[in-house]
Design a protein around this ligand. Structure first.
Ligand code: RB5
Length: 146
């Protein structure tokens, strides 16, 4: 799978960890930054990664900041993006099945690296469900063009 990563300083260390895990798992990984733990601002990184997913240049994005919230808020500004701040693997899987999420965000401040790996693995491994969930996601997509 083609995965794009993005983070600010608060998510940098976790992004680097997840990057190695994903590469070891055979994924094709892009990284839009940040490239150090120096303090920086999260919006552009989150936007650039989300835009790659929206443009079809990546299948999924994994974003991280201190809380996971800022990068989720930014990513959800990009049409076609459904980003969720997942705190555990169940939540990540549910966001795939019911919300057809295509971006998962992580808290660099709260998650241990192994927890983040579980969350990302669940997110990437879980397929979307059709039926009523597809109908609801269709309503989200329609709202984007209003
Ligand atoms: C940085 O201090 C922090 O605000 C940022 O990483 C993120 O948590 C924002 O939502």
């Amino acid at each position: 799978m083609r995965i794009v990563l993005g983070a600010d300083h608060g998510g940098f260390a976790l992004k680097e960890h997840v990057k190695e895990t994903l590469k070891a798992g055979g994924h094709s990984v892009s990284d839009v930054g940040t490239s150090s733990a120096e303090s920086t601002d999260y919006p552009q990184f989150a936007h650039d990664a989300a835009q790659m997913v929206a443009d079809g240049d990546a299948d999924m994005a994994v974003l991280a900041c201190g809380s996971g919230n800022g990068v989720a808020i930014v990513a959800n500004k990009v049409p076609g993006i459904r980003a969720v701040n997942a705190h555990d693997a169940d939540e990540a899987a549910l966001s795939r099945r019911h919300n057809h999420a295509n971006v998962v965000t992580l808290s660099g401040a709260r998650l241990e690296p192994a927890e983040a790996d579980h969350i990302v693995a669940a997110f990437l491994a879980t397929e979307t469900e059709g039926g009523r969930h597809e109908r609801r996601v269709g309503q989200i997509v329609a709202l984007e063009s209003e």
